[in-house]
Design a protein around this ligand. Sequence first.
Ligand code: ATP
Ligand code: MG
Length: 557
Amino acid sequence: MQEEKSLNFLEEIIENDLAAGKYPDGIQTRFPPEPNGYLHIGHASSICLNFGLATKYKGKCNLRFDDTNPSTEETEYVENIKQDIAWLGFTWDKEFYASDYFEQIYHFALALIEKGLAYVDDSSAEEIAAMKGNLQTPGKNSPYRDRSISENKELFEAMRAGTFADGEKVLRAKIDMAHPNLLLRDPIMYRIKHAHHHRTGNAWCIYPMYDFAHGQSDSIEHITHSICTLEFIHHRPLYNWFIEQLGIYPSHQYEFARRNLTYTVMSKRKLLQLVTEGHVAAWDDPRMPTISGMRRRGYTAKALRNFADTIGVAKRENIVDIGLLEFCVREDLNKIAQRRMAVLDPIKLIITNYPETEEFLTAENNPEDADTGHRTIPFTKELWIERDDFMEAPPKKFFRLGVGLKVRLKHAYIVECTDYKKDANGNITEVHATYFPESKSGQDTSGINVKGTIHWVSTQHAQTATVHLYDRLFKVEDPSSEEGDFKSYLNEHSKTELHTVYIEPALATAKVGEHFQFLRLGYFCVDTKSTASQLIFNKTVGLKDSWAKEQKNNGLN
Ligand code: ATP
Ligand code: MG
């Protein structure tokens, strides 16, 4: 899709700003994750947006860890976030931590106290909430609101020094307890929290609130366009108020709609629950909507970037069909994945008139990319084929095997099914066929026409592997909006393990992270836990299966 796209609303704003000569040194954006979990596909949108705008307009994008909340942040998350951004293909200009600015933000707070614009409040959290009022009723002034500047200064310094216990006091901005925007009714700027911080250790026992850290950090870094999600739209007046009162660099906040995806959840808090309660194996479980989970599943960085580009930026929240993401994944993998043959649910096919020898057939590695060349595949009289490529009583239009039916074995010959064997339980154990020697692929002079082609692996040369199949993580489109616990909508069949999968010899050397198309089955990726002696493939996404679709259309499924 190379057509010229119209500008999104953020690009329009930036182009106007640049045309007005506002930013002669270029724009500056930032991606500000809180290191309290792994990044998910929603974050990928934000990353593509912030880094993408910087690249497009020859500006810069910082990575800033928003680590102002000491209790939930961990160094493990910091490392994984960096790895995910790099994997997505972006390079940050500078790496910062909001906690690096604690001293400076503390001085910003002192400056507001000096201006009579902030005060220390001894009220409890409940009292503060009770005095807040609501949309209909104005709030009430706290009895501590009119403390003198010097008393506020002394108390705030004592807060920092650790004189008080958690919750005993807070620092509030002195704005207007009757303000129509509740967020401007004397918002809390600092709270006391005697907690260890992943970077500053025990140096601080007071921590700035989001509203008194984010805009200040933006300003310190001279962020020109601070892009956040829509739920912060009502925070913007406060963002501006702090910056104006402090007279610091005027960063501007812009909001876009959060990205949601069907059949999954996106909040880190919920994803953490899935991990800690064992509903998935880890943050990078291939069913997770995390960047690391998707990578392990076999989604490519390019597919995620294309997905973000395709959905673009919106001003209204919406939920994107996971089918669109899968489309982007398929589109990229079709170009880059080498083709191989593997049989997931094996049954033996014996070609009764084929000699007791082997021959090596030539197969293209990827018809979409001639540069990938060819490989050889051993062919013998005994092959594994898929159990469902044979039917005892095949219906019309079943263009595979059944007694009397002909099919082409991919890269090899046309065969005709002659009979089959069953065990005592009625399970089919063996299928027999004869082949047409003059029908070899590429040099077919048989004149026989067949409609179907099936894949196979020579039993004598096959290697065994494990394959993990995945289905939607949840049974409903939007588990977060359903009644009750979102976890009650988990799909208990979201993972299937197949331990007797036969793969062609060329797959024996597959490396972790490599992508393949298993002919007729879908795209697969070598799992991070895979080893040379125990290969594990994750199913990334299916191909479009015309047979299954037809079955559905005919109401047969
Ligand atoms: P979560 O609710 O999943 O924990 P968050 O917003 O608290 O998300 P942060 O680490 O604070 O997570 O987010 C970093 C950046 O990514 C922020 O700018 C945030 O707005 C953006 N972001 C988070 N979730 C999404 C989403 N679903 N779609 C688009 N952007 C998102
Ligand atoms: Mg957040």
